[in-house]
Design a protein around this ligand. Sequence first.
Ligand code: DGP
Ligand code: NA
Ligand code: NA
Length: 213
Amino acid sequence: RMEGGNESRGALIVLEGLDRSGKTSQSSRLLSSLEGLGYSAELWRFPDRTTSVGQMISAYLSNESQLDDRTIHLLFSANRWEKRSLMESKLKSGTTLIVDRYSYSGVAFSSAKGLDVEWCKAPEIGLLAPDLVLYLDIPPEKAAERGGYGGERYERLEFQRKVAQCYHALRDPSWKDVNACQPIEDIERQLREIALDHVTACKIGRPLSNLWL
Ligand code: DGP
Ligand code: NA
Ligand code: NA
């Protein structure tokens, strides 16, 4: 039954991983696959640097500004909150969202600095819970070898090692690891297969829920 559109929604699919794990190129490939199969889908990313909050985050990441660790944490969270209602309406209208980074980055990167995990999770409570988190799993040393880091604040091997540990502590039932050291096409195919199962489940009518699961 499809009347009213309420029973057929898009899926919220998040890609997570260390810097240089391949999230950005795999997100685009996944978008093309879903669109090619006739699904309505969009690619989003956080931080969204186009908003005024996003511009403050961007200045911080490029070391043009200095901010207290808790202050920048809350700005990253605010940058997700400012998109929440649009996210909900897109999903309810049947559009699947592929999101390059989300609250898991928020908690992993800030708790890697030594902030308390529960404190880090608190401002994310009430954001939409992903239907699926695709974690591109790569050893920090391998990621560091990939064409070098771009020079932003967090792109240092020691720090990425801590981020990897923090990510591992955040696994929940929505989480799927994909080995990011495989050939690009193999990763693409695995992500597509896992994502399609979830897109289909959302069409059948799994309700939207809030973080944390
Ligand atoms: P990207 O645009 O995906 O390259 O992300 C920029 C950097 O910001 C990257 O090192 C990951 C980090 N990052 C992304 N989201 C968050 C967040 O919510 N909190 C913190 N502290 N860092 C984040
Ligand atoms: Na980056
Ligand atoms: Na990225």
